[in-house]
Design a protein around this ligand. Structure first.
Ligand code: NAD
Length: 364
């Protein structure tokens, strides 16, 4: 593999390999872009088939975080850590503390957080070696479970989509089909029920659907029926790649707005939705509530401030819909454009020379 070729493809800044034999640590930290601030991104632990797969995943995920933070209006760049190993068998205090020391060695260019395969306890171990970690346990000043904030952000994004399509963000009487009633889907259902929306729901968990039927008076359908429900909005809150060749022609909605990551199986499905006149709320923008919440920890967590920022997903969504309309491009492309243009503008802003003690010394 030509590493520099990979790095130059999307202009990555840095790729760090961390190895500690006695701790059993093999980790890769990818830093994509720090124009806006330190690179923030979770620490994933996974049994990668080979090193190339781990590097590719770290790079892809780090770049995704640059766009997510930029579109959310955060002063953060994009990064990611992948730890090569089995999260069920290979974890130890030594492994996470060794990783913490490598992260500390980056002096704040990268800040880590929980991700697939890691937990709050793992973050607490990292925290013993570095300040540059978020999502630690509440005893260390954490913001707690991010899902309620993610659900709030999705609700506000869905309201913005309604404003764009129906001319009103009042969802009373609107029908929303929710796929997945876990932490976020249930929270979203609650917000929607409170404002008088009608809910059609599905989940593979019988308990979860029973709870939604009882608490929200939701109509329940089988998991494979959710795509063809006639509704105003489809809210995918379970799995990725659910807009695909099999499902796209079944859709009978005007809006897709949910929390799931990577909802489009391929970009061409986003192009297709645009042609079909279905408004797609780009996943990484609408589900940024959890990230916005955790990022607030970096300034000393303040719940009201975090909530206000999460609520601003409404305005961000309207901005990107406007870009999509003006340039007649699909919304997923408009989201990328919004993120890229913020980064470019901030590059310009930061080109103004500011004297610091170090720069004065070197220019003396
Ligand atoms: P979760 O695991 O709590 O809930 C997922 C739910 O989907 C579960 O109830 C599960 O039974 C159900 N499900 C799984 N397969 C299904 C299927 N085929 N059909 C119907 N239901 C199915 O997860 P979550 O935290 O609520 O996250 C939901 C989605 O949002 C995920 O894609 C996640 O990556 C994304 N997301 C979550 C957050 C967050 O803060 N939790 C932030 C950003 C993105």
């Amino acid at each position: 593999m030509e590493l520099f070729e990979k790095l130059t493809q999307y202009d990555y800044e840095q790729l760090v390999f961390c190895q500690d034999k006695s701790a059993g640590l093999k980790a890769i930290i990818a830093i994509h872009d720090t124009t806006l601030g330190p690179a923030l991104g979770g620490c994933r632990m996974w049994t990668y088939a080979n090193e190339e797969e781990a590097i590719t995943d770290a790079l892809r995920l780090a770049r995704g975080m640059t766009y997510k933070a930029a579109a959310a209006g955060l002063n953060l760049g994009g990064g990611k850590t992948v730890v090569i190993g089995n999260p069920r068998a290979d974890k130890s205090e030594a492994l996470f503390r060794a990783l913490g020391r490598f992260i500390e060695g980056l002096h704040g260019r990268y800040i880590t957080a929980e991700d697939v395969g890691t937990t709050v306890s793992d973050m607490d171990l990292i925290h013993q070696e570095t300040r540059f970690v978020t999502g630690v346990s509440q005893a260390y000043g954490s913001s707690g479970n991010p899902s309620p904030m993610t659900a709030l952000g999705v609700f506000r994004g869905l309201q913005a989509a309604s404003k764009q399509v129906f001319g009103t963000d009042d969802l009373a009487g609107k029908t929303v089909a929710i796929q997945g009633l876990g932490s976020v889907g249930y929270g979203l259902g609650k917000h929607l029920h409170e404002v008088g929306a009608k809910l059609v729901v599905t989940d593979i968990s019988k308990e979860n659907v029973a709870r939604a039927a009882e608490e929200f008076g939701a109509q329940v359908v089988d998991p494979d029926e959710i795509f063809s429900v006639k509704a105003d909005v489809f809210a995918p809150c379970a799995l990725g790649a659910i807009v695909n060749d099999q499902t796209i022609d079944q859709l009978k909605v005007q809006i897709i707005a949910g929390s799931a990551n990577n909802q489009l199986a391929e970009e061409r499905h986003g192009d297709r939705l645009h042609q079909m006149g279905i408004l797609y709320a780009p996943d990484y923008v609408i589900n940024a509530g959890g990230l916005i919440n955790v990022a607030d920890e970096l300034e000393g967590y303040h719940a009201d401030r975090a909530r206000n920022k999460v609520e601003s997903i409404y305005d961000i969504m309207l901005q990107l819909f406007a870009i999509s309309k003006e340039h007649n491009i699909p919304t997923y492309k408009a989201a990328d454009r919004l993120a890229e243009s913020r980064i470019e503008k901030m590059k310009q802003v930061r080109s103004t020379f500011l004297p610091t003690s170090r720069s004065l010394l070197t220019h003396r």
